[in-house]
Design a protein around this ligand. Structure first.
Ligand SMILES: CC(C)(COP(=O)([O-])OP(=O)([O-])OC[C@H]1O[C@@H](n2cnc3c(N)ncnc32)[C@H](O)[C@@H]1OP(=O)([O-])[O-])[C@@H](O)C(=O)NCCC(=O)NCCSC(=O)C[C@@](C)(O)CC(=O)[O-]
Ligand SMILES: NC(=O)C1=CN([C@@H]2O[C@H](COP(=O)(O)OP(=O)(O)OC[C@H]3O[C@@H](n4cnc5c(N)ncnc54)[C@H](OP(=O)(O)O)[C@@H]3O)[C@@H](O)[C@H]2O)C=CC1
Length: 419
């Protein structure tokens, strides 16, 4: 197995990077041909995926290197428009692997489907009757997926929540093990299918039947030690203090968690998973006990920084659009995860890595040096520089210490005049 630890990956040419990834992930020549093809999603195929299609839109896909998770090497495909995210993930993974890399695990892939029942005479009696008929309801739900039933997964339990005020209703939770799927469609099918039975049992009227995007029972964890000898004692203390700011201040917690999702969303986009669901999930979980940071930092007795993350993740290796788009299928091959639970653990590690790098930068030199130097390339492109002109414009912006759009335009105009 080739190691994912590679210094100077970013200095390689695109072809050299592709060759590295091909060898690491054992990609076929056909995979490489697809990765090299711009616009590989044919318009007639795109037209079958969503509605009212007029074109497709491209976005860069980069690879974060150095990830060692539970002793296994990973290359992380990330599709994102924001510079410095891929660099930051690779940077954190490089530091973490010096202390053994990330440890990660995820709970069983259990989702919650919700059924709202209104117009019930006796809420507590209705609750009792639903619980009494639980096995029959679960059996009915499980007729909706042959695969889940054959895997010993599917609908497993029922919870009933009674609300008397401000509005009277029952909310029935269908607890479903969705295995390798994200699970929204299958959970929704089950909820809709059992709804008439719930009406019969309760004498009420079912209104909504929809999954919850808050997957309280489907949670991933990751941890890593970041050595004080690499990041410095002062950085360890400053990062712990920065974490504490996110604990007391929701304005900081929001930005902190955005940084975590920078990494997770990018992998979800690369593999065509539902990142809107992931966003809703992460932020509502962060708010369960009053909105706070999803990753925590402590200093251990050796003086090193210990980072941990606890984040709900509903991600699929089957279903949705994960198999419909060739590059997403290849991105998953690059990632090399064999099931949704392993995938969730990897995403938690990516989220922690992303958070560590951002907070490390913030708590030491500030975010602008690392981030803006990479963002300068976008400014140069937006100012109209050709790919050949970008590096010269960027270098001049950096040496003038003015990384702004107006400076990029000025430099470009001057450069073209003197040519
Ligand atoms: C940008 C770095 C990594 C530079 O960091 P540096 O210290 O200049 O990097 P280095 O030269 O010491 O290199 C260390 C490693 O970083 C990687 N690396 C280094 N440079 C590159 C590059 N050009 N392209 C790809 N990878 C790169 C690479 O793995 C490299 O190892 P090597 O290959 O040399 O053995 C650092 O400053 C950093 O991690 N900054 C944080 C950036 C960040 O978090 N960006 C997210 C966007 S800002 C945001 O949206 C969220 C935020 C910040 O608001 C969240 C929050 O508030 O919490
Ligand atoms: N609120 C939200 O987040 C919502 C999201 N969505 C969308 O729903 C999609 C995800 O739904 P999802 O149910 O995952 O997708 P699918 O319905 O596409 O896929 C799930 C199905 O795949 C089959 N399957 C085959 N092998 C496995 C396996 N190993 N593990 C699990 N299932 C397997 C099962 O069907 P079978 O038994 O027939 O083989 C299962 O029901 C996403 O596109 C999402 O954007 C939709 C509605 C709401």
């Amino acid at each position: 197995m080739v190691s994912s630890e590679v210094s100077g990956f970013y200095k390689m040419t695109v072809d050299e990077r592709l060759n590295f990834v091909k060898e690491f992930s054992r990609l076929s020549d056909d995979d490489i041909r697809i990765l090299r093809t711009n616009g590989s999603l044919a318009i007639d195929k795109a037209d079958k995926i969503i509605e009212n299609v007029i074109t497709t839109i491209e976005m860069p896909l980069g690879i974060a290197v150095n990830f060692l998770i539970n002793g296994k090497d990973y290359l992380i495909p990330m599709a994102i428009e924001e510079p410095s995210v891929v660099a930051a993930a690779s940077n954190a993974a490089k530091v973490a692997r010096k202390s053994g890399g990330f440890n990660a695990y995820a709970t069983e892939p259990v989702m919650i489907g919700e059924i709202q029942v209104l117009g019930i005479d006796s809420l507590y009696l209705a609750k009792m009757n639903i619980l009494r008929d639980k096995s029959r309801i679960l059996e009915l739900a499980n007729t909706r997926s042959k695969t889940l039933s054959s895997l010993g997964a599917g609908a497993k339990d029922i919870e009933v929540n009674v609300y008397e005020r401000p509005h009277r209703m029952l909310i029935v939770h269908l607890i479903v093990d969705v295995r390798d799927a994200m699970g929204a469609n299958v959970v929704n099918s089950m909820c809709e299918y059992v709804a008439p039975e719930i009406e019969k049992i309760t004498g009420g009227r079912v209104n909504l039947r929809i999954l919850s995007n808050l997957t309280k029972y489907r949670v991933a964890y990751a941890s890593a030690v970041f050595s004080k000898d690499i990041i410095g004692k002062e950085a360890v203390d400053n990062i712990v203090e920065a974490y504490r700011m996110a604990v007391v201040d929701i304005y900081r917690a929001s930005t902190n968690n955005k940084g975590i999702m920078n990494g997770i969303d990018a992998v979800l986009v690369a593999t065509m998973n539902d990142w809107r669901a992931a966003e809703a999930n992460a932020h509502s979980y962060a708010a369960l006990e009053g909105y706070g940071p999803l990753a925590k930092y402590e200093k251990n007795s050796n003086g090193d920084l210990v980072g941990t993350i606890e984040i709900p993740i509903a991600v699929g290796t089957v279903g949705g659009t994960t198999g419909s788009i060739d590059k997403a299928r290849i991105a998953r091959k690059i990632l090399g995860v064999s099931n949704a639970t392993e995938f969730a653990g990897v995403l938690a590690a990516v989220g922690l890595a992303q958070n560590f790098s951002a907070v490390r930068a913030l708590a030491t030199e500030g975010i602008q040096r690392g981030h803006m130097e990479l963002h300068a390339r976008n400014l140069a492109l937006s100012a109209g520089a050709s790919p050949e002109e970008v590096d010269s414009v960027v270098n001049e912006m950096i040496s003038s210490k003015e990384i702004t759009m107006s400076n990029a335009i000025k430099i470009l105009e001057k450069m073209r005049k003197t040519k």
